[in-house]
Design a protein around this ligand. Structure first.
Ligand code: SF4
Length: 534
């Protein structure tokens, strides 16, 4: 613990990180001492330490894991690119001194397969490349080449923020611009941003703000892209939101898989605080490898130093959120657009769009395309347009067979539905949703059923375990999906139960890819084709 700083229970996860960073793992006697320092029951500290995948708890008398861990992603894009095989090869090649783990999405799906040596990502990895990094001793990723504070200001950045701060700019005009642009929450839920700002501003003070940079949805890497290139555009949007809504304190939650971005953000926030010392307190919090913490109420629990278990709603976080206070919760990208929308005008944003849809969207495109990456283009673009116009077409030798329109949770669509506009609300008739716009494209060389199985295993791994339909349902479904012929009736009943009775979006969305296979790819699982299926 920092000398002179009063230990705070809400920083429990930060302290656990520090212990693990210093000692390589979490040891039982250290946890007991931490519980005493924080005046928490030991059980509370132990339950948090064992909830998050990135913490290595070592019970008394047991051996600590090897000093070096190589994490190999085996989520959708990396699985298609041979992630599981790479992990198996590395496990035998690197020997007992290195721990090789198969892990869910590390947010670099445009460079699949990906392995992470310590904290050093190896992109488009193969066993030789990973072994070379292990031997080199490199363990940390270099800072990204982002636009830093001075360059951002020199190019006109923070003018809008200063106008709001000085009272020159009317806060209501900002909210109206967001409203006119139709800006929606871009973390996946798509809730209108202006309405959220108004709702939280109408709640009694003090009001808090929580920023979600926990993008763990397999296939999603747009927030990483924005933070690695233009972090101040997001920070300015965040400060504007805080001022307009009257925020007392800001907490930024960034996933543990982005350590170089966390360091960058910490440096740039210091710069911003030095420029405007009267800002509300801003705390940067480090996730610990739990996908469910991307769910807004689970993230809030995690910031409060607890297990990331989603809350039952109501009350909604806008009314009772972080530390019991009304909370404005936003994804990084939503805030990233604020400056452009206000400066260029609502019409500028709203006049983009195709096929009857309005606005711009950031698509994270991965899988069997020639040029994967973040594509910023019209809302309502179709998969075919996206791949042909922005991704250089399909990889040579690959033909479009299907795609995930919204990461692992958004379901799957066949090639025959490649001309459906991609946006919020347009995919519901097909049992899919766009979520955070993570497009994973697959070809005739892939099996939809294996990808759906991969997604279900991911959800089973990431379920917080709080409710039975999700905890048991995901595990049971993953088991049933290994059968050569699927029991369509049983899987459908199981999926319906999970959707109807799970507490949060994880359990409710987990059956989507499985149901997509039954509907659109029945030939793969020996199921009868449903009427109306493509
Ligand atoms: Fe936890 Fe799953 Fe229930 Fe969500 S649906 S609260 S992740 S068990």
């Amino acid at each position: 613990l920092d000398a002179g700083i009063i230990p705070r229970a809400d920083r429990l996860i930060e302290y656990l990180h520090r212990l693990q960073d210093a000692h390589g793992a979490l040891h039982a006697d250290h946890l007991a001492a931490l519980a005493e320092a924080l005046k928490l029951a030991r059980a509370e500290v132990f339950e948090v330490a064992t909830f998050y995948h990135h913490f290595d708890f070592v019970p008394a008398g047991e051996a600590a894991p090897p000093a070096l861990t190589v994490r190999v992603c085996d989520s959708l894009g990396c699985a298609m690119a041979g992630g599981a095989e790479l992990a198996a090869t590395l496990a035998s090649r690197l020997g007992a001194d290195v721990r090789v783990q198969r892990v869910p999405c590390v947010g670099r799906c445009d460079s699949a397969p990906v392995a992470v040596v310590g904290q050093q990502p190896v992109l488009n990895a193969d066993a030789d490349k990973v072994a070379a990094v292990v031997a080199s001793g490199e363990r940390e990723e270099a800072a990204p080449v982002a636009i830093r504070f001075d360059a951002y200001r020199a190019a006109g950045g923070y003018k809008l923020w200063e106008a709001i701060r000085s009272g020159e700019c009317d806060p209501e005009a900002i909210v109206q611009a967001l409203d006119g642009a139709g800006l929606r929450g871009l973390g996946g839920a798509g809730f209108p941003a202006a309405r959220k700002w108004r709702t939280v501003a109408a709640q009694p003070a003090p009001r808090n703000m929580a920023v979600n940079i926990d993008e763990g949805e397999p296939g999603t890497f747009k927030d990483r892209h924005y933070l690695a290139t233009d972090p101040h555009r997001f920070i300015e949007g965040m400060l504007i939101a805080a001022r307009v809504v009257g925020i007392a304190g800001i907490w930024i939650y960034i996933r543990d898989e982005y350590p170089a971005l966390r360091r960058l953000l910490a440096e740039e926030l210091d710069r911003v605080r030095a420029e405007w010392p009267d800002l509300p307190p801003i705390e940067l919090r480090r996730g610990a490898g739990a996908y469910v913490c991307g769910e807004e109420s689970a993230m809030i629990e995690s910031i409060e130093g607890k297990r990331g278990m989603p809350r039952l709603r109501p009350p909604y976080v806008a009314e009772v959120g972080l530390f019991g206070r009304p909370t404005l919760e936003h994804n990084l990208e939503t805030l990233w657009w604020v400056r452009d929308i206000v400066e260029r005008g609502a019409d500028w944003f709203a006049r983009h769009g195709r096929n009857g849809r309005k606005g711009l969207r950031s698509f994270s495109v991965s899988g069997r395309v020639a040029k994967p990456g973040v594509v910023v283009t019209d809302a309502g673009v179709t998969l075919r347009e996206l791949v042909d116009e922005h991704c250089g077409g399909m990889l040579p030798g690959h033909e479009l067979y299907g795609y995930f329109p919204g990461g692992a949770s958004g379901g799957m669509l066949p090639a025959s539905l490649a001309d459906v506009p991609l946006d919020f609300d347009t995919l519901a008739p097909y049992g899919c949703f766009i979520g955070s716009a993570a497009i994973v494209v697959f070809s005739q060389h892939d099996k939809a059923r294996l990808l759906a199985e991969n997604a279900m295993e991911f959800f089973a791994h990431e379920s917080c375990g709080q409710c039975t339909p999700c905890r048991v349902g995901t595990a049971k479904a993953a088991e049933l999906m290994k059968q050569p012929v699927w029991d369509a009736e049983l899987l459908t009943e199981l999926g319906t139960t999970m959707m109807d009775a799970s507490i949060c979006g994880l359990g409710q969305a987990a059956p989507n890819p499985m149901q997509s296979v039954l509907r659109f790819f029945p030939q793969e699982v020996g199921a009868a084709k449903e009427e109306g299926a493509a």
